[in-house]
Design a protein around this ligand. Structure first.
Ligand SMILES: Nc1ncnc2c1ncn2[C@@H]1O[C@H](COP(=O)(O)OP(=O)(O)OP(=O)(O)O)[C@@H](O)[C@H]1O
Length: 633
């Protein structure tokens, strides 16, 4: 047991140590949430466990993976491995939960002027596309992001343009460029990708083609394969990629549908509608009311030595001198726009299953390309996490295009999706390892377009005004709440407060002072909010077991959570492990107790009957723990 505890305590092990370690039972997290390894912004990593699919439950419905708070616990050969991440979402989490808990910060970062990337990573059929694009039952995080962007652009200061590309067998293809003429396209039967949610009517498509796609580019595009170039300010980019401006969520949905119809998907053993390509959906955000003169004065991020007017003189882009003035002006404007990218990677898979099988050569070739580019992605992640001098970005189109998002000047959020099935536990552990490695990569985000921050400033001003109003209300008429302080105002304030996060690299002294003032105001605000909001609902695991039983089944996951909640009132130093029963260990509390589920239920019921943890002190809880941990087995 001491050996096990020592392994648990190795939470400061480097990821490299973990990989070379032959340790048996537990793998600690590469990163403790909230801890920063180096200056800059680490890639924000979240894990999402998907529920069992119908066909899987028929074979085996015992989850090989459990989520407990920030921990992912994998059970393989009864030897659990634990990985710790900043965000963990269990099988019950919906896309909206993922969005609220993790992805909304990405949207706000893009509005602050940072290039931002949301990357879905994981083995085939683990739920990447489901998370990004959603399903007929729920919106995906992309659609939820667009909804927020459009809502936040109430004053129409911002312009949103969308592009959608795929990397299929290493070739970059524009999914919004029509391969044939509009009429031919409309008369084609829908590709294999179409589904109820993705399908859109012929009328709608005519509408899009007529209204959204610039006619000069839409038709007769003999080849849609595009090249990647490196621009001194933009980094690697696809020059001829089509961008379509959208003004409403309906426009967005139409563009998304149009792209999805073009995307390469196929039915595989693991997934009926498997993405056979990596897809990058980009929202280009620019401000529409900025005078050209202001734009031309701006300097940029990593290349701050280059003013925009220097682009054409850059030595890194030999073709730039041949560019027309118009092209150059367009590139200059482009370089200022912020890009919010959603990357749906193709899933890793075992290609041997296709080998030699008649009629499956395409799948086999695709599979090799998918695995090769994912392997390059892993090499890049590995090289960055080891801080190697050479990073093999150029080894694949995918990593080349993601250069700024991996170790560059963008903010990056990686959502790693995993399956609960024991049949793919090796792939799951691999995904968790690389997600862990990714969380050790530090980007140095730079504000790309300072004027996007006007939006934030406006929100701040409104925030300040609302706070002042609340302050007056409080001083005059508390405890009754002024009618103007309604729910909408509070929601707005919440938004403003969430928006006010800044990174160290960009925070000016003025902003720091502003933050300090905000803190004082926030205290007042908190008091007012406490009076007009209902008390915060307790988490399920904070309630006694008999109350929980009214709402859901008491299974091992619930027992885990309830035990964890009780222990977390008194210490951080504990671990709960599924090991043919549930094992609880805490050095600090001198606990090392294993019981089966029914014994834990008995003990928890006894504990709940004698102790109300909400009304007693930490010391009293510690004194009562013997009721729980007396080993009566
Ligand atoms: N959280 C979830 N809730 C319900 N169903 C889900 C969830 N995640 C995935 N699924 C379902 O699982 C199947 C596989 O999901 P999806 O296609 O998103 O996987 P993927 O990781 O994108 O796979 P590939 O890499 O092969 O494209 C789909 O039928 C999808 O609807």
């Amino acid at each position: 047991m001491a050996h096990r505890l020592n392994q648990l305590r190795t939470s400061t092990l480097t990821t490299h140590d973990q990989f070379s370690s032959t340790s048996t039972t537990l793998i600690s997290s590469p990163r403790t949430p909230g801890k920063k390894l180096t200056k800059g912004d680490p890639i924000v990593t979240g894990i999402r466990l998907r529920p069992f699919l119908e066909r899987e439950s028929a074979i085996d419905d015992t989850s090989a993976v459990q989520i407990f708070e920030n921990n992912v616990i994998c059970t393989q050969n009864s030897r659990p491995q634990i990985f710790k991440f900043t965000h963990c979402f269990d099988a019950a989490a919906k896309n909206k939960t993922i969005y609220d808990g993790m992805i909304r910060s990405a949207v706000l970062a893009s509005l602050q002027g940072y290039n931002t990337t949301v990357l879905a990573y994981g083995q085939t059929a683990s739920g990447k596309s489901h998370s990004i694009f959603g399903s007929s039952c729920e919106e995906g995080i992309l659609s939820l992001s667009i909804h927020d962007l459009i809502t936040m652009n109430g004053k129409n200061h911002l312009k949103f343009e969308l592009s959608f590309l795929e990397i299929y067998n290493e070739k970059v293809t524009d999914l919004l460029a029509m391969p044939t003429t509009s009429n031919e396209q409309l008369n084609q039967k829908p590709s294999t990708k179409s589904s109820t949610t993705l399908s859109f009517s012929k009328q709608a498509r005519t509408h899009i083609l007529n209204k959204l796609v610039p006619s000069s580019n839409s038709a007769n595009n003999a080849t849609r394969t595009l090249e990647i170039r490196e621009h001194p300010l933009l980094g690697p980019y696809v020059p001829d990629l089509k961008y379509i401006q959208v003004k409403s969520k309906e426009d967005f949905q139409n563009v998304l549908n149009m792209g999805n119809q073009q995307r390469s998907v196929a039915s595989t053993n693991a997934n009926q509608r498997s993405s056979r390509s990596h897809a990058i959906f980009t929202v280009k955000i620019s401000r529409i009311d900025v005078p050209q003169s202001t734009t031309m004065r701006l300097t940029f991020g990593l290349n701050s030595a280059h003013s925009v007017s220097n682009i054409g003189k850059s030595t890194t882009n030999s073709s730039s001198s041949k560019k027309s003035a118009k092209q150059q002006a367009q590139e200059e404007l482009d370089a200022q726009a912020v890009r919010l990218n959603f990357v749906d990677l193709a899933g890793s898979e075992k290609s041997q299953q296709y080998n030699g099988s008649q009629g499956k050569n395409d799948r086999f070739a695709e599979s090799i390309h998918i695995n090769q580019s994912l392997s390059t992605l892993r090499n890049v992640i590995d090289a960055l996490s080891r801080q190697q001098s050479h990073i093999p970005y150029r080894d694949s189109s995918l990593t080349y295009l993601l250069k700024n998002s991996l170790g560059g000047d963008a903010k990056t959020f990686m959502l790693a999706t995993i399956s609960p099935s024991s049949t793919v536990i090796d792939e799951t552990i691999n995904t968790l390892r690389y997600a862990g490695l990714a969380s050790t990569i530090t980007n140095v985000p730079r504000i790309k377009t300072p004027h996007l921050r006007h939006e934030i400033d406006e929100l701040r001003e409104e925030n300040a005004r609302l706070k002042q109003e609340l302050f007056l209300v409080k001083s005059k008429s508390m405890p009754s709440i002024h009618p103007t302080v309604n729910k909408i105002s509070l929601t707005r304030i919440d938004e403003c407060l969430q928006t006010s996060f800044q990174t160290e690299s960009s925070t000016s002294q003025e902003e720091i002072n502003d933050e300090k003032l905000d803190t004082v105001d926030e205290e007042i605000l908190a008091q007012i909010e406490n009076q007009c909001r209902r008390p915060k609902r307790k988490r399920l695991s904070e309630q006694p077991l008999h109350e929980i039983a009214k709402i859901r089944k008491i299974d091992d996951t619930m027992l885990h959570r309830r035990l964890g909640t009780i222990l977390s009132y008194v210490t951080d130093d504990f671990s709960i492990i599924n090991d043919n029963g549930i094992l609880v260990i805490s050095d600090e509390l001198n606990i090392d107790v294993k019981k089966n589920s029914s014994s834990w239920i008995d003990a928890l019921e006894r504990f709940d009957r004698s102790v109300d943890i909400n009304s007693i002190t930490k010391k009293e809880i510690v004194d009562s723990l013997n009721i729980l941990f007396d080993n009566q087995e």
